[in-house]
Design a protein around this ligand. Structure first.
Ligand SMILES: Nc1ncnc2c1ncn2[C@@H]1O[C@H](COP(=O)(O)OP(=O)(O)OP(=O)(O)O)[C@@H](O)[C@H]1O
Ligand SMILES: [Mg+2]
Length: 317
């Protein structure tokens, strides 16, 4: 059973333990409900065996019954087995959709610290307007190949569990491959390391005591603000030259560490050649960035900047 299935099974198991139902609408027991076969501990053997092998420091600090503990171990055990990471020190950020953890890298990874972004199961990216970002996308499976099968397309449209799984796989594949292309193109993004199931690994920005704050939590003098604004606009241009528009760029998705910036969070990136909303998303990204820096007296003209960026890009095609 793969990791995702293992976790789904784990949740099903957890939901079937009396008194542990979480947020489910109570229904009268019907024949149909009764037909569902009970999940027994023996169904979970693979999962528990895997989990027993490795208990990272952060997981050990949690109550053994806490579902985060099992989820974390199951999501990251393969990276541990592959000598990519050795421990999970702490949770940096917990959210509705994803948790980010600080991990120590195995010497073979070449990194002291690694950030692991784990998407929560059954929650798909609840982007404000999913359709805007998905316009013009190609459907791809776990192996990154385009999905052509009727079964997959139908599952996506009907939003079955399999369809939802495919949807999450698509978001994660997309996020990782965009970050990889941007890193290779020389953009200021954390170095991507790998992905598997619900998880993306990348270079950790910060140190063992503190994660890098988002720009939004940083106060800048005017000179530094002007420098960083120039740097971020350079990154936006570089992204566009590679046909990408971030689509959710703001001071919340830019980390600041020792005078440098790292742009993060790429699931909603759109392809400027295919997505009809690319230009308006670019305008919004530029405006949010410029508005942030204006607070530190680094003034700019976002409309003129995005117009110039777009015209230049169109002229290059
Ligand atoms: N490479 C990294 N190094 C250090 N911290 C990171 C890294 N990536 C993400 N984080 C931390 O995790 C937070 C959430 O990451 P990200 O924006 O990718 O996820 P998200 O699910 O979109 O969360 P949000 O909805 O808060 O934006 C970041 O604001 C940052 O604090
Ligand atoms: Mg974010």
């Amino acid at each position: 059973m793969d990791k995702y299935e293992a976790y789904e099974k784990y949740l099903e198991y957890e939901e079937n333990i009396p008194g542990q139902r979480r947020g489910r609408v109570k229904t009268h027991p019907t024949k149909k409900n009764n037909k569902k076969p009970a999940i027994t501990m023996s169904d979970l053997t693979d999962f528990i065996d895997d989990a027993a092998a490795w208990v990272p420091t952060y997981a050990a600090s949690l109550d053994p019954k806490h579902h985060e503990r099992q989820w974390l171990i199951d999501s990251l055990a393969s990276f541990y087995q592959d000598n990519i990471l050795t421990d999970v020190i702490r949770r940096v950020k917990g959210g509705k959709e994803a948790n980010v953890y600080c991990c120590t890298g195995h010497p073979a990874s070449g990194l002291d610290l690694i950030a692991a972004k784990l998407y929560r199961p059954r929650t798909l990216r609840t982007l404000k307007n999913d359709a805007i970002y998905k316009s013009g996308r190609q459907l791809r499976g776990e192996d990154g190949k385009e999905l052509k099968g009727r079964r997959e397309k139908l599952a996506l449209v009907q939003k079955t569990n399999f369809g939802k799984h495919l949807d999450m796989v698509w978001w994660i594949n997309n996020e990782f491959s965009v970050q990889q292309k941007l890193f290779q193109a020389g953009a200021d993004v954390p170095r991507p390391i790998g992905h598997n199931g619900n998880t993306i690994l990348m270079e950790y920005i910060g140190d063992e005591w503190l994660p890098a704050p988002a720009l939004n939590d940083v106060s800048l003098d005017r000179y530094e603000a002007e420098q960083l604004l120039g740097l971020i606009l350079k990154n936006i241009r570089l992204m566009l030259e590679n046909h990408f528009v971030h689509g959710d760029l703001s001071a919340f998705n830019i980390l600041y560490w020792e005078g440098s910036i790292s742009i993060i969070d790429f699931p909603q990136v759109v392809d400027a050649r295919k997505n009809p909303h690319a230009q308006s998303l670019l305008e919004r990204d530029v405006k949010r960035v410029c508005d942030y820096f204006a607070k530190f007296k680094a003034y700019s003209e976002p409309e003129a900047i995005s117009r110039e960026l777009w015209l230049n890009y169109m002229g290059s095609l």
